[in-house]
Design a protein around this ligand. Structure first.
Ligand SMILES: [Fe+2]
Length: 165
């Protein structure tokens, strides 16, 4: 694989692990609000991010590259509210989307058609990620305290679905 592309993918897989840590810290925060459903939802998000990292790792290995795991930033552990958590999350996912698009640009630059095809999965996934958080932000704004109890139950039913190979 092209060196620049391999480095970009390697950086991103570390960023996915960092994202997992961000959501794990959020699970800890929402638990302090008594929102078990949102805590469970964030654990699922954590697992999803790890699975995104794993998919990149397997790809680098498949292409005969070398994975390099780095140190990680300490995630933010304190927030102002549940809404604040979701707004920070949406902002984070927008950064991830920009990063994925940048890797896609590099793949096009070096005409790596296999990588373009592989990266398309992440492009599609990011649409869903941003949509998930946008919808939650809308719902949290719509419901007040009583409704939040019901929403917490709904959100708590989310299950982790491993990526189909
Ligand atoms: Fe991700």
């Amino acid at each position: 694989m092209n060196e620049k592309l391999e480095k970009a993918i390697n950086d991103q897989l570390n960023f996915e692990i960092e994202s997992a840590h961000i959501y794990l810290a959020m699970a800890g925060y929402v638990a302090t609000l008594g929102l078990e459903g949102f805590e469970s939802w964030m654990f699922v998000q954590y697992e999803e991010e790890l699975s995104h990292a794993k998919k990149f790792i397997q790809y680098i290995n498949e292409r005969g590259g070398r994975v390099n795991i780095t140190g990680f930033e300490t995630p933010r552990n304190d927030f102002e509210s549940l809404l604040n958590v979701m707004e920070v999350s949406l902002g984070h996912e927008k950064i991830v989307t920009a990063r994925i698009n940048n890797i896609m640009d590099i793949a096009h630059e070096v005409k790596d058609y296999a990588a373009i095809s592989f990266l398309q999965w992440y492009v599609t996934e990011q649409v869903e990620e941003e949509d998930n958080f946008s919808k939650l932000i809308d719902k949290i704004k719509l419901v007040k305290d009583a409704g939040l109890y019901m929403l917490d139950k709904e959100v708590g039913t989310r299950v982790f679905v491993p990526i189909a190979k």
